[in-house]
Design a protein around this ligand. Structure first.
Ligand code: 2P0
Length: 365
């Protein structure tokens, strides 16, 4: 709060999350309710993130938002308006019950009625399949919660950020996070919770390989809607495959079983892209470089020990979202070798753009 200008401000940083069991498909596109539960790892705050600052002032005449310096129209974005309206409604509830300290935001014109100016910046390429909407809406909702001093817990806040973008609810927590899809038409049971904190498995790292920073061809929203309407593989995935994988991967996380974690992660990424190809017309997110990365990881995982000839085992897992960029999960002791291998096989000219974005990306997570 700055007394002189009668303004309140909140600023937060929210990290990206990378799903290992993918969310793809909605059962309600207004409330953003998914057809299946999903699970992700939230990256470290210091790496890929969105920083959002919100200022409330009596003098502002409209809610306005700038994303990476460019103004977005709040009024015409249903998702943005929904998140702001929900947070305001909770603030109003507190004001009505006199649960807020009355300062400059007086009863005559309480804070819930002040207009907001929002500045949001990503430190990575927006909409290149690097989960910008996840960290973006998570930061927005967390900043609103801080500004309005909401008394909701993270799970309740995750329901608000879900209204902005489904995957955003998972970025409301650190570590390994499940988004329970839920069954209720109201969305009350569709929220995120922390399966295990980052400290549970500190050696787990995520290597982000930026294959391309172009904007993606098919948006997740329209892509998943076409999938739900046309793919026959999709129904099978939702009904009988995802529930089993979720159970198994949670057990693998809790018991630090990297090889099961990795196998499920790779299989689920492959199935998500198979379902995209089974969509009509088909959707292709991975390109030839992405496919080369898949081969490289399988090669790495099939290495034999030079002296004993014993298999070295599964030590890395790739996963791809709605774009060609790869994320490789591996434990810390294998990161150096993986980075060397990737730098060897992918020409420096291309690798440069990766390094320019994330000079120490291999430290992520
Ligand atoms: C995920 N993706 O689980 C999956 C994997 C992309 C592939 O969540 O329409 O941007 O805003 O709810 O959250 C991308 O979907 O879609 C996504 P909306 P969102 O991370």
């Amino acid at each position: 709060y700055t007394g002189k200008n009668e303004e309140y401000e909140a600023s937060v940083t929210s990290p990206v999350n990378i799903a290992v069991i993918k969310y793809w498909g909605k059962r309600d596109s207004d409330l953003i309710l998914p057809t299946n539960s999903s699970l992700s790892c939230t990256l470290s705050q210091d790496d890929l993130h969105t920083k959002t600052t919100i200022r409330a002032s009596r003098l502002f005449e409209a809610d306005r938002l700038w994303l990476n310096g460019v103004e977005e129209q709040v009024a015409t974005s249903k998702r943005l308006s929904n998140c702001i309206a929900q947070a305001r409604a909770f603030r109003k509830e507190l004001e009505t019950n006199s649960q807020v300290v009355e300062t400059i935001a007086t009863k005559e014109r309480p804070l819930s009625e002040w207009k907001l100016h929002i500045i949001s910046e990503n430190n990575f390429p927006t909409a290149a399949g690097l989960a910008s909407s996840a960290s973006g809406y998570a930061a927005l909702v967390q900043a609103l919660a801080n500004l309005f001093e909401l008394t909701l817990d993270q799970t309740e806040l995750s329901k608000i950020s879900r209204l902005g973008s489904g995957s955003a609810c998972r970025s409301m927590f650190g570590g390994f996070v499940e988004w329970r899809g839920g069954e209720s038409p109201s969305g009350e049971d569709s929220y995120a919770y922390c399966v295990a904190p980052q400290s549970h498995w500190p050696s787990m790292h995520a290597l982000v390989l930026v294959v391309s920073d172009d904007k993606k061809g098919t948006s997740s929203t329209s892509g998943m809607s076409t999938t739900v309407n046309t793919s026959t593989l999709f129904a099978e995935r939702v009904k009988s495959i995802v529930p089993k994988r979720l159970q198994k991967i949670k057990e693998a996380i809790l018991s630090h079983d990297f090889s099961t974690f990795a196998e499920i992660t790779m299989q689920d990424s492959n199935q998500f892209h198979a379902v995209c190809m089974d969509t009509y017309p088909p959707i292709f997110y991975m390109n030839n470089t992405s496919k080369a990365i898949v081969h490289l990881v399988h090669l790495f995982n099939s290495q034999l020990h030079p002296e004993t000839n014993a298999p070295k085992g599964i030590r890395a897992a790739y996963t791809f979202d709605a774009g060609p960029n790869a994320v490789i999960y591996a434990e810390e002791q294998h990161i150096k070798e993986l980075v060397q291998l990737i730098s060897y096989f992918f020409p420096p000219a291309k690798a440069q753009s990766f390094r320019a974005y994330f000079p120490d990306a291999y430290k992520i997570f």
